[in-house]
Ligand binder design. Structure first.
Ligand code: EPU
Length: 302
């Protein structure tokens, strides 16, 4: 979608928004799949309510993009513009056991920055690509931990109320890869309370998790992490693997040879290729195991 309305285009700089016309979502997502649209990079988030009001007033449909690492976007000219927070300059501020973190911060860098300040707990998240805001929204977790356990406060823009709000951790429910945030809430910052641990001890935990991840996941290929949630008490990856589907392809999309719940963009996969592969694998698992796998990856289908 192209923003043509001169009133909108001319108002953007005052709101601290940079317009990047015809941005390619292939460059903004870890799967490397997706069409093109105007990208609005938000540099002054205090103006978010005015920005949203402006876009609504002029009928500009928008979606909000975090790190793009858990997302499958449609191909072609997209019928919406994409909003994204600019990378912050000062992204983590430590105060005792608390870390105040900008939502656009890189998750891995945040884990290591906290570690250097002797704050641990998030070792399992090392190697998970994406932003802290994305991790928060999905309640990202690995190796027995989830980020939600450490959340004490979240600053967000609530599209329904059309205002900036601060929620206490106790007001948010964090479940397995699911939270009580509304789909159109925009995460802005989070206050984490982390256990105090010696840097060397945290580093050792990070090393162990890194090794486990490297040996079991296709980290150097284009993917969106796990495609399906694990059904209660079972492993989607193990079920897919048991059907001999590693390497199974639809067009340029394939089930990873390394981890069967990772689907990779091997060779210029289209969105249709990836959707085709997901539907095919889901159907085979349903037929063989009687289990309907639920998506973990988020679809922007139209
Ligand atoms: N397994 C297979 N074949 C495979 C993949 C896995 O047999 O192709 C077996 C493994 O040998 C193991 C079991 O299945 O016995 C579980 O595998 P793994 O330890 O890799 O964990 P997972 O349940 O597949 C979950 C998360 C990952 C997270 C890891 C590590 C989900 C959907 N996935 O994977 O998170 O990194 O545990 O804690 O919850 C993600 O959310 O995108 C993600 C990658």
């Amino acid at each position: 979608m192209r923003i043509r309305e001169p009133k909108v285009v001319s108002a953007l700089p005052e709101l601290g928004v940079e317009l990047r016309p015809d941005a390619a979502l292939t460059q903004l997502t870890s799967l490397g799949i997706g069409g093109t649209t105007d990208l609005l990079v938000i540099r002054q988030r205090q103006h978010l309510p005015q920005l949203v009001a402006l876009l609504r007033e002029h009928g500009v449909v928008f979606r909000f993009l975090g790190g793009g690492t858990n997302l499958l976007v449609a191909d072609g000219e997209l019928p919406y513009v994409v909003l994204q927070l600019a990378r912050p300059i000062h992204d983590v501020v430590i105060d005792g056991a608390f870390a105040q973190v900008d939502a656009a911060s890189d998750l891995g860098r945040t884990v290591t920055y906290c570690a250097k300040n002797n704050l641990g707990g998030m070792e399992g998240l090392i190697g998970v690509p994406g932003t802290v805001g994305g991790a928060l929204r999905m309640n990202a977790g690995a190796y027995g931990m989830q980020i939600g356990s450490y959340v004490r406060e979240v600053e967000l823009y609530r599209a329904a109320a059309r205002q900036l709000e601060i929620l206490r951790g106790s007001q948010i429910s964090f479940e397995y890869r699911h939270t009580s945030f509304a789909p159109d809430d925009i995460m802005l910052a989070v206050k984490l309370e982390l256990p105090s641990k010696a840097f060397r001890e945290i580093l050792e935990g990070i090393r162990v998790c890194n090794n486990k991840r490297r040996s079991s996941q296709p980290l150097n290929q284009k993917s969106a992490g796990c495609i399906f949630k694990n059904p209660p008490g079972a492993s989607a990856g193990r079920m897919i693997d048991a059907l001999g589907l590693k390497g199974h392809r639809v067009g340029g999309a394939a089930v990873s040879d390394r981890h069967a719940n990772f689907f990779v963009n091997l060779d210029h996969a289209s969105s249709a290729d990836m959707h085709g592969l997901i539907a095919d694998v889901r159907e085979r698992v349903r037929a063989a195991h009687g289990v309907e796998l639920e998506n973990e990856v988020i679809f922007w289908k139209d």
